[in-house]
Design a protein around this ligand. Structure first.
Ligand SMILES: Nc1ncnc2c1ncn2[C@@H]1O[C@H](COP(=O)(O)OP(=O)(O)OP(=O)(O)O)[C@@H](O)[C@H]1O
Ligand SMILES: [Mg+2]
Length: 380
């Protein structure tokens, strides 16, 4: 196991910086997930850690040893790609042990072979593929094939385990099952792991530390629950969650009649003049935090809208609505029941102050903290 440190890592192709100054410390045995939209630099970052790409600038250390110029085979990394390739003509056991005998064991060849066989069996048991070791890849299910690919990386005892969207070839049910198994595997075999995905469900379930990337930069890193509860930027807020956070940009008066006319009404009582009566802010409320509001009441935020579509998803209901006033602003609320709502109904939603997020409209940075710190109590 190794502690991995990235200091101001840059990767440029021509004059395009596809990874643009990443700082990240991954403690030994941690499971870190890099999450972000397509093209944000996740795979490039992983390939630089593996040594498959040279870094353009910055330093990378494993356990304090500079890795910048170490070739991949000297880094002690195991990697599983999205399109993992097993050798089709070999059995699962041979796929797992391929090339290992020459590297392993001291003394006789026979001893080395026995050691490798024992290790293969141990990992196969852990992954529950020990009963298919004699099979060829085409005789395996998708999940078994995936586990064989994981096994091939794991039998090599990597110090750092790198996974690039390893589950994206699987159907939804199998993905969820494999997600749980990866989590169990990491508990039993806590290798320092960097896992790349753009599936936030996977990210939130698996990560000890979640790293959200956007355009080659890290926007936020932290425990998944914290990142979800307190997104540091409007981008992270909208990206995390299914559906993501509702975000509405407000310009001009933030409270009073004029503001209410735009559908989103912040109570000056709750927010004071911290964001300025005429500031530009982005107000964010997660779909699951929106509550139907009977009438009036001094709420910290109120959103007035007209129901568009009521989507019944069995365990919950998604209400899609159009905000009052000009513009095409919309809202999604996640409710337990449809509460008899129908298309065309005029309703108001609200949320508790702690669930109302404010972001700077220009920079996207979170500003709610400032409000919370300056005001000791907020009337709800
Ligand atoms: N060899 C290359 N030459 C030029 N540009 C490249 C090269 N490899 C990657 N890029 C560019 O770098 C950016 C980041 O690519 P990367 O593969 O790291 O994204 P990603 O976050 O893994 O995306 P995805 O979720 O789609 O896999 C993209 O804009 C891509 O086009
Ligand atoms: Mg990728």
């Amino acid at each position: 196991m190794a502690r991995v440190e990235l200091h101001d890592i840059v990767k440029a192709y021509g004059n395009q910086r596809v990874v643009d100054g990443i700082d990240l410390v991954i403690e030994e045995g941690r499971f870190v997930v890099l999450l972000g939209p397509s093209g944000c630099g996740k795979t490039t970052t992983l390939r630089m850690i593996a040594g498959l790409e040279q870094v353009t600038a910055g330093e990378m250390y494993f356990d304090g040893r500079l890795m910048n110029h170490e070739p991949p085979e000297r880094r002690g990394v195991g990697m599983v790609f999205q399109n993992y390739a097993l050798y089709p003509h070999m059995t699962v056991a041979d796929n797992l042990s391929f090339g290992l005998e020459s590297q392993r064991g001291r003394g006789s060849r026979r001893k080395a072979r026995a050691q490798v066989r024992a290790r293969v069996l141990e990992i196969a048991r852990l992954l529950e593929i020990d009963h298919v070791l004699d099979h060829r890849p085409k005789e395996l299910s998708g999940g078994q094939r995936q586990r064989a690919a994981l096994g091939r990386a794991l039998v090599r005892d990597p110090d750092v385990f790198l996974l690039d969207e390893p589950l994206s070839n699987l159907d939804a049910n199998l993905r969820e099952k494999m997600r749980m198994e990866l989590s169990r595997l990491h508990d039993e075999l806590p290798v320092t792991t960097v896992y790349v995905t753009h599936d936030q469900g996977e990210a939130l379930t698996l990560a000890d530390q979640l790293v959200v990337m956007h355009e080659g930069k890290i926007c936020q890193a932290g425990q998944p629950g914290d990142v979800y509860a307190k997104p540091g930027t409007a981008f992270v807020a909208g990206f995390l969650g299914s559906p993501g956070m509702n975000l509405w940009e407000l310009r001009g008066p933030l409270w009073g009649e004029a503001a209410a006319a735009g559908g989103v009404h912040l109570s000056g009582e709750a927010w004071g003049d911290h964001v300025g009566g005429g500031a530009s802010v982005v107000v964010g409320i997660r779909p699951e935090h929106l509550k139907l509001l009977p009438e009036g009441g001094p709420w910290p935020a109120r959103v007035e809208c007209r129901v568009d579509v009521v989507e019944n998803l069995g365990s919950h209901v998604l209400v899609h609505a159009k905000l009052h006033g000009a513009g095409q602003r919309s809202l999604v609320a996640k409710l337990e029941t449809s509460a008899g709502l129908r298309r065309g109904d005029r309703v108001a939603f609200s949320a508790h102050a702690e669930h109302v997020h404010l972001f700077d409209a220009r920079t996207g940075a979170r500003i709610t903290e400032r409000v919370a710190r300056d005001r000791t109590s907020v009337d709800v």
